[in-house]
Design a protein around this ligand. Structure first.
Ligand code: UT7
Length: 336
């Protein structure tokens, strides 16, 4: 039988500091009513100064290992970290996280696909296993968006939160609960300016001249992104379901990128799935970009919402632009 990646562990970690809509309303010209009605968010977590993406990734990675019955120093072949907010522009954050997890012989690298990073990471991790290059891969999605938000931009500042989620994938077979059964990924770089940090890279180097301070921060054209996110996640989900031969009625849970509750509801309408089957945790954590899907999975699993063998459709959309979907059956693991 073909070798397939199987979900064997799930971990989540949120930094302790809760930031309520009320707290943000004291800092910005905004209100709890606006934030809740336009996004569905009630609170998010922000890492205190000194806590980095790598620190959150370490905690989530450790929990995913424990959830899989493993621990520090486990025989992991590859560590993949999906993030938009690495600890440093160079080197990647994954080797440091791998080292702290005592995974001393693992290959380790970051991938950058913004809010689609976790789904892109699943494809990379699953392909590595299917090709026989790894038996076990630890995939972490971790973000500290609080470090890149423009303190003068009320729109992005109320949406994004910090956190990390991780999964342990092992080599298995497609008939096992937990098997990842297909992918559908895409991108459109011609719209890169819709979600962008203009300065700090090779296009607008900070070393040559001081950039416009606003260019150092995350920017997003929310309205255009909203419409494109619904369309791309919907099209990607439908294409993947057609490819694997699942009807939408047979999908037990849709776990979409938690960008905005209204986006999730519009997506449900577009793919014709009942809202009851849409997993949401955005109310508690906001948009955590590459950490969003594993955090939503861990939240729903902790509430015992999934049963062994349930069919899950995961779909994400983010800067790049990038988008992607995957399907799996639920393995009955307990998140840590
Ligand atoms: O994770 C990657 C993918 N990201 C997304 O998918 C996010 C997609 N976009 C969105 O979720 C929404 O577009 C936002 C939540 C970002 C914005 O919601 P919106 O309903 O599209 O609002 P808008 O940008 O059209 O702004 C409507 C009004 C404007 O005022 P006027 O011009 O109508 O007077 C804004 O200035 O709301 C105002 N506004 C705010 N008011 C209070 C914008 N941000 C805020 C705020 N508080 N925080």
């Amino acid at each position: 039988m073909t070798t397939t990646a199987v979900l064997a562990g799930l971990g989540a970690y949120l930094p302790p500091r809760r930031v309520s809509n009320e707290e943000l309303s004291e800092r910005f010209d905004t209100s709890d009513t606006w934030i809740r009605s336009r996004t569905g968010i009630r609170q998010r977590r922000w890492a205190d100064t000194g806590i980095s993406t790598g620190d959150l990734a370490y905690e989530a990675g450790h929990r995913a290992l424990k959830s899989a019955g493993l621990g520090l120093g486990a025989p992991i072949d590859t560590v993949v970290l999906a993030t938009t907010t690495p600890d440093h522009p160079c080197p990647a954050t994954a080797p440091d996280v791998a080292s702290r997890l005592r995974l001393t012989s693992a290959a380790a690298f970051d991938i950058s696909a913004v809010c689609s990073g976790f789904v892109y990471g699943l494809m990379v991790a699953a392909s590595t296993i299917e090709a026989g290059h790894a038996e076990r891969v630890l995939l972490i999605g971790a973000e500290t968006y609080s470090t890149i938000l423009n303190p003068e931009d009320r729109t992005t500042s109320v949406i994004f939160g910090d956190g990390a989620g991780a999964v342990l994938l092992r080599s298995g077979t497609p008939d096992e609960p937990g098997a990842l059964l297909g992918f559908e990924l895409g991108s459109d770089g011609s719209q890169k300016e819709l979600i962008c940090i203009p300065a700090g890279g090779s296009r607008q180097r900070s070393t040559y001249r001081a950039p416009d301070p606003g260019d150092m921060y995350f920017t997003m054209q929310g309205k255009k992104v909203f419409a494109t996110a619904v369309r791309r996640m919907g099209e990607s989900s439908t294409a993947l379901l057609n490819r694997v031969g699942w009807s939408i009625d047979s999908v037990d849970h849709l776990v979409g990128h938690q960008a905005n509750l209204r986006i999730l509801h519009s997506l449900a309408e577009q793919v014709c799935i009942d809202r009851q089957r849409v997993v949401t945790n955005i109310e508690q954590v906001g948009n955590t970009s590459a950490a969003s899907i594993p955090l939503a999975l861990a939240h729903a699993a902790a509430q015992e919402r999934f049963k062994i063998g349930d069919r899950l459709l995961l779909t994400a959309f983010g800067g790049g632009l990038t988008w992607g979907s995957t399907v799996l059956t639920w393995p009955g693991i307990t998140p840590s």
